[in-house]
Design a protein around this ligand. Sequence first.
Ligand code: ATP
Length: 307
Amino acid sequence: MSYAIEVEQLTKSYENKAALRGIGFKVEAGSCFGLLGPNGAGKSTTMKILSGLLEPDQGKARIFGNDLGTAANEVRKQVGYVPQSITLYEKLSAADNLVFFGEMYGVKGKELKRRIDEVLEQVGLADRAKDAVEKFSGGMKRRVNIAAALLHRPKLIIMDEPTVGIDPQSRNHIFEMIRSLQQSGVTVLYSTHYMEEVESMCDSLAIVDNGQVIAGGTLGEVMDRFGTQAVYLELQDGKAPPALAEYGKAEAKDGGWILETATPLDALADWAEVCKERSLKVKRLEMVRPSLEHVFLTLTGTTLRDN
Ligand SMILES: Nc1ncnc2c1ncn2[C@@H]1O[C@H](COP(=O)(O)OP(=O)(O)OP(=O)(O)O)[C@@H](O)[C@H]1O
């Protein structure tokens, strides 16, 4: 198997406070990999190290087989980094901002001009090339930032929470772009708080907490290992459902009740029977897929958005 990223035992402290405590994961070339974790988990620090902007205290990182410690220049050519905060010159046009970034990445002359047209097309802003960035929405600015990271045709693009606080149109554009980048063979490392984004976009993921990976693998592997099956029951008039002693306590959720169990089919059948016996009106009764949200809660004892 060929890997775009191999991270082993990375550690990093800021002023004696540990941000990374031996983080490690591998990203298959050509895949979309999600880094999921609460605020302060260490996602941005990891991404900055992989982009060559920050040095780790210890540990190893390889990008397409090149060691970050010994081949940093080679690595920089292969990586495009989209930071969390937007760094653009407000008074300059989108195209002029990209001239600046292109030169920083070593793209020049006619090639730079061609690439600017291409990347603006890719992010859906070709018709706004000449407009000053100060007139753009937050989502459009984020798309210019992504365009900047694509100018030098990186084989790996690292995006630090690209969809936070932006409009749905830009969000959809970013998703479409990630899919088309992947189709052209680019590997994507993506961090987010939104679990549904990981569920729909990513082939594999690592759940990061407190500077370490606490669960990782393909979505299916993580679900099989940590996901709990459940049954959902909603009665008419929002009444509480009859208790099923052998299955434990049901929790209220979304207007109904959810019962976690290793034997959801049995629980569903038993609930249906009790409801029938008592002539209770059932609005919905179904098995529910374990969610990444729930896996996260089980593993970290916290919800992502509360952080
Ligand atoms: N420049 C810095 N100086 C001091 N501490 C820092 C610095 N950058 C990050 N930290 C600390 O390191 C830890 C990891 O931060 P990091 O930004 O990598 O987490 P994160 O998972 O990306 O969080 P977020 O989702 O909020 O961006 C946090 O405790 C944070 O406060």
